[in-house]
Design a binder for this molecule. Structure first.
Ligand code: SAH
Length: 244
């Protein structure tokens, strides 16, 4: 990125982070890191499909700010799992702005995790690890072992809860980052969440401001109150066919 491109990046970054109430994370060091990440994402996206959003005015609001907003739900020093992290969202933005937490990105697609690991190396951040495979298979030796499980754009909540809640330790939280369909998804998933040992603590409804517009968000915060029965998660076919 040349000087003019970096200047333009900073202009959009400052505007979007201010509008979305996250300017505490707009530091010179973070600007450098996010600019490097944006450039690397665009470059690697030409080789393989990491994201549909590939211009700065989309990446900054819809990947960076959208994920950084969720930093406020995460307690200091937490061990976090991002289930279905894809090309690193929210894994990478959270790891950049919260050096106090440890973020593990889990995804079934190895090449996306390859991108995350090389991006973390490029950025000089050391609080990111990755896990390759399907969540419902990887859970067996990692049950109830994370303080926070977070997930964006992976599945409807009634499917997602069965994948995520088994990983959360009792006393921890499952955070589902949702869009305008969040309320309907929550109504449909309520019964299953309770069966899995969860309890809906709160929902956070707001607009994420983009370049020239806004999109609806509903983040759902679920407390893990009791251990998930060992019968869950079922195999993916069964989860999908008959969500709880
Ligand atoms: N969270 C990212 C990616 C969303 S795309 C973002 O918001 O940009 C959904 C991702 O979830 C894909 O990369 C897919 O491989 C992964 N995924 C879906 N079901 C999964 C499962 N059961 N186990 C592991 N990864 C899964």
């Amino acid at each position: 990125m040349n000087d003019a491109q970096f200047k333009e990046f900073c202009r959009i970054f400052e505007d979007i982070f201010t509008k979305n109430g996250i300017s505490e994370y707009d530091t010179p060091e973070n600007r450098q890191k996010f600019a490097t990440l944006a450039e690397y994402l665009i470059e690697e996206n030409q080789k393989y499909n990491l994201t549909a959003l590939c211009s700065m005015d989309k990446i900054i609001p819809l990947h960076f700010a959208d994920c950084v907003v969720a930093a406020k739900y995460i307690p200091a020093g937490a061990k976090v799992l991002d289930l279905g992290c894809g090309g690193g969202f929210p894994t990478l933005p959270l790891a950049i702005v919260r050096p106090d937490i440890a973020v593990c990105g889990l995804d079934s697609t190895a090449k996306k995790l390859g991108f995350i690991n090389s991006a973390a190396q490029k950025l000089g951040i050391f609080n990111v690890t990755t896990l390759t495979g399907r969540a419902e298979e990887l859970v067996c030796d990692r049950r109830e072992s994370f303080d926070i499980v977070i997930s964006r754009a992976v599945a409807r909540l009634n499917v997602l809860a069965e994948l995520c809640l088994p990983f959360v330790q009792v006393g921890g939280k499952f955070i589902a980052l949702k869009g305008s369909a969040g309320e309907d998804e929550l109504a449909e998933a309520q019964k299953g969440i309770v069966m899995l040992g969860g309890s809906v603590k709160s929902t956070d409804k707001y607009d994420i401001f983009t370049c020239g517009g806004a999109e609806k968000r509903l983040n759902i915060i679920i407390d893990k109150q009791s251990p998930t029965p060992i019968a869950y998660p079922r195999q993916f076919g069964a989860i999908k066919k008959k969500p709880l």
